[in-house]
Design a protein around this ligand. Sequence first.
Ligand SMILES: [Zn+2]
Length: 490
Amino acid sequence: MRNVLPMLAVASSLALAAQTTPPQAARTYTTPRQAELIQQFQDFLAIPNVAADPASLRRNADFLAAQLQQRGAEAKLLTAPSLPATVPPVVFGEIKTPGAKRTIVFYAHYDGQPVTPSEWDTGKPFTPIIKQVDGEPRIYARGAGDDKAAIFAQLTALSALQAAHIPLQANIRFVWEGEEEAGSTHLEQILTANRDLIHGDVWLVCDGPVDQTRRQTLIFGARGDAHVQITVYGPNRSLHSGHYGNWAPNPAMMLVQLLAGMKDADGHVLIPHFYDGIVPLGPTEKQALATAPVNDDMLRQELALGHTDGGGKHLLELINQPSLNINGISSGQTGAHSTNSIPPTATANLDLRLVVGIDPKTQQQRVIDYIRAQGYFITTTPPTRDELLAHAKVAYIQADPGEPASRTPIDLPIATDVIKAIESARGKVILLPTSGGTVPLDAMERAANTRTISVPIANHDDNQHAANENLRLQNLWDGIETMAVLIAMP
Ligand SMILES: [Zn+2]
C-alpha cells in the first residue's frame, strides 16, 4: 500500500505532462513572465552586432553558447581551420534524443545590418526601448526583428518545453550564423568543415518577416541571383556634341537601345530562351499560391504605382519566374553637371533573379548571346585600342559567380509534418513556394546535405535593415509558440 501513492503521483504528473501541448506550454511559460522575458531579450539586444565590431560579435556568440548550456544543450563555436580569429563563429547547439528518428536543425543569425545612430529616433541602436505602435508594444533595437527574435524565441521555447516536462522526440541542432548580413562569406566553408555536426533531415531557416496579414508564413525556397555588367564604347574621349554629333556614335544611346530590346512593354523578357528550363510548380505549389493572400492593391497604393508589369499576373505568381532588372545605368552627367558632350562609355548593371532549373551561368550566357546577336564584339577584359578599331560595336561584360535558386517540394513528408505541427498551434499558415529574394539556401543544402524550409516570425513592418528596426512583441509571443511545436515535433 505504501508504494501505491507515490506511483499514483508519478502517473498523474505524467498524465498532466501528456495533456500539455507545446503551444500551451509556451503560453503557460511566457504569460506570467512577460516582463522578465522582455528584460532578457533587451539584454541580448544590448550587445552590439555589426560586422565592423568583431569583438562584440564574439560577445554575442559567447552569450548564446552560455544560454544553450544553461538549457542543457551541448554548445560550441564553429569555424574553419584556415579562417582568421576575427571571423565571427557559427554558434552550434545540440540536444540528442535517444531513439530519435529525425534531426531538425534551426538556423538563424545573430549579426545585424550596419547602423547609423543619428538616423535612429533614440540615437542609440543598442539601447532597446519599448514603444506603442497602433496600441501595441514593440521593442526597438538593431537585430530586434532581423534576426535575434528567432534565436530568442528558440531559447525561450526550449525553456517552456522543459518547464512543462515535455520530452523531445527528435534530435535538435541550432546553427546561428554571425555573418549573414555580410553576405554569409564563410558560411559554406564553416559548414563544410563541420559537416557531421550540421547535417539534419531539414534545416528550418528562421529569418525574415511573415506576410503583411500577420499570419504565420512558410516559404519553401528562394530565387537565385546573378549579375551581368555591360559597358559599351563611343569615342575614346568626351567629344563636343555640336562638332561631332550625328557622326560619333553615342554609347548611352547604344546602351539604351540594346537594353530596350530585352523586354516588351509588359515586362516580359524577349531574350531568346530566357524562360527555358524552369522546373514547373507541382499541384501542391499551385494550390498554395492560389490560396495565398493577394496584397497587390495594397502594395500598389503604398508604392504609388500607376501600373504594374506582368500582364495582370499577381506579384506572388511573378516571383516564381526569372527576372531581368536594370540595377543602374551610368553615362555622362545630368542636372547642374551636364555638359554638351558625347560621353566615351555607358555602363548598365543587370540583376537576373533565377528560379529552379536555370543556373547563374546559363542565364548570364543567354544575355551575352543576345548582346552578341545585336552585333556586339564581346570581351571579358577592358577592350584594347585595336579591338575598338576592329569592331563596330564592343561590349565589355563582367559576370559574377551568382547564387542558384532552391525549392523544397511542399508535399515532401518532412514539409507536411512541419506544416501540420505549426497549424496545430497557429491555425492555417500561408505557404509560399519561393521568396522573391535570394538567401544562400543552396549553399546550406549542399554543405549540410539537407532540405530547407523558411520559418519567419518577425512583423513585415519591422524596418529590417533600416533605422528604428523593431519587433512587434505579439510576434515574439507567437514565434515562441511556433518554435515550441517545431522543437517538440517527431
Ligand atoms: Zn535576416
